[in-house]
Write a protein that binds this ligand. Structure first.
Ligand code: CTP
Length: 411
């Protein structure tokens, strides 16, 4: 640990006094400790006592950024190997999760690309509140590491439970482990997850040279596959006939018909997240000819017998224990977009439906931009128009948060 430097952000909690001991132990190990005290922290420890122990900079608010030492929040994080927040109060965690930067502590945290370790400490009821659970899940998805809290007696008489700041040896161990890792890249939010994406149209043959198709370009589905891979997922993309290059780092399975798409999607299971962006042909030709159909001298057109294709989304959403944990479908509509999407979500067994208006005047089908509504059990969110890549990234980030929050709730 010697010659390493950390920025210790001390939050406003009764446990702040433990930081004095932590600073002493870190200094013994040759670790440089610069400290930032939030306004609330100064109610519990003084800059003077912290400075005496750390023998290094102690900063208290944004005002310090302008002083003659020219220590800005950017430089503060650049010169550190690790940022430690202890005690991380419920309020500080909420502001971190929300990306606030309204004091020096949160400005440093927002500006840093270094690993961040939080050591929460708060009343057990605050720790178990859904808002705190959500914030902790969001921070974990951002790659923030966490140590504690521990169980035990609280400062308030008669209160006990999970919420005590981890003890100094435990804090030291977590800090040591992170410093030993060097400056690891934050864990990507879909790391370790298997994601299935269907994309593009399907072609349903009439004879060896003719087929039924639709105008889907596959762009949105391909963008989702790329976004999921960029967020760390192992991705299987089952693609109908499109003219797009295979995304890098993604297993792409090329299919032609709905039946082949269903088989390839089923073979990809198990997956945690499945996104059905394909515009699957609703019907296939059951009397497809083995040879090219010739025009009749009589001028009579051939009669095509159609049968409904299997619904891939519905089939996979119904698979009991092997059901993906999050099933996202698309609804391409030309009228009553939200109303139809809500119905589709229920009737198909999807968790979320991404609905878009594909009326020809929108230019969405085949275009690079999209304007979508996300329909979930909780309600409808209408996103402003953006690139299909951006829709994909936002959707995958939301999916990652959802998976993580659900796991946290299940624990
Ligand atoms: N879907 C699928 N398999 C099918 C048909 C659709 O997996 N055979 C999926 C699509 O990928 C999309 C969603 O179901 O995620 C909605 O498909 P859509 O074609 O818009 O809806 P339909 O079920 O065909 O309903 P309708 O034609 O009445 O709008």
């Amino acid at each position: 640990m010697a010659h390493k430097r950390i920025v210790l952000i001390i939050g406003g909690g009764i446990a702040a006094y433990k930081c004095l001991e932590l600073i002493r132990r870190l200094r013994e190990r040759g670790v440089g400790v610069r400290t930032v005290l939030t306004k609330a922290a100064q109610q519990f420890v003084t800059p003077l006592s912290v400075g005496a122990l750390s023998n290094d900079l102690v900063l208290t608010d944004l005002f310090d950024l302008d002083d003659e030492r020219e220590i800005g929040h950017i430089r503060l994080s650049r010169e550190a190997d690790l940022i430690v927040v202890a005690p991380a109060t419920a309020d500080l965690l909420a502001r971190m999760a929300g990306g606030h930067a309204n004091d020096l502590a949160t400005a440093v945290l927002l500006a840093t690309d270094k690993p961040v370790l939080v050591a929460p400490a708060m009343n057990p009821r605050m720790w178990s509140h859904p808002a705190t659970r959500r914030n902790v899940a969001l921070l974990a998805a951002d790659g923030v590491r966490c140590v504690g809290p521990a169980a035990g007696e609280m400062a308030e008489a008669g209160e006990a439970g999970l919420g005590r700041l981890a003890e100094v040896p435990e804090l030291l161990e977590a800090i040591e482990a992170l410093l030993a890792e060097g400056a690891p890249k934050p864990v990507l939010p879909l790391t370790g997850r298997h994601v299935l994406v269907t994309s593009g149209p399907t072609h349903e043959p009439i004879d060896p040279v003719r087929y039924i198709a639709n105008r889907s370009s596959g762009k949105q589905g391909y963008a989702i596959a790329r976004a999921a891979a960029a967020l760390g997922a192992r991705v299987t993309l089952v693609a109908g006939p499109v003219t797009l290059p295979d995304p890098k780092g993604v297993t792409t399975v090329h299919v032609e018909t709905a039946a082949q798409m269903l088989a390839a999607a089923t073979a990809a299971l198990p997956v945690e997240l499945a996104v059905f962006a394909a515009a699957v042909a609703d019907w296939r030709v059951v009397n497809a000819a083995g040879e090219k159909i010739k025009k009749q001298a009589s001028g009579a057109p051939p009669a095509l017998a159609l049968a409904e294709n299997p619904d891939i989304l519905r089939t996979l959403a119904a698979r009991g224990a092997r059901r993906p944990r999050l099933v996202i479908g698309f609804a391409a509509e030309t009228e009553n977009v939200i109303e139809y999407a809500k119905k589709k979500r229920k009737s198909k067994g999807a968790d979320w439906i991404v609905a878009n208006d594909v009326s020809p005047e929108t230019g969405i089908m085949g275009g690079d931009r999209n304007s979508v509504h996300l329909v979930t059990q909780q309600g409808v969110e209408s996103w402003s128009e953006m690139d299909k890549d951006e829709v994909a990234m936002r959707l995958m980030q939301r999916a990652a948060e959802h998976l993580l929050a659900n796991e946290a709730a299940a624990e």
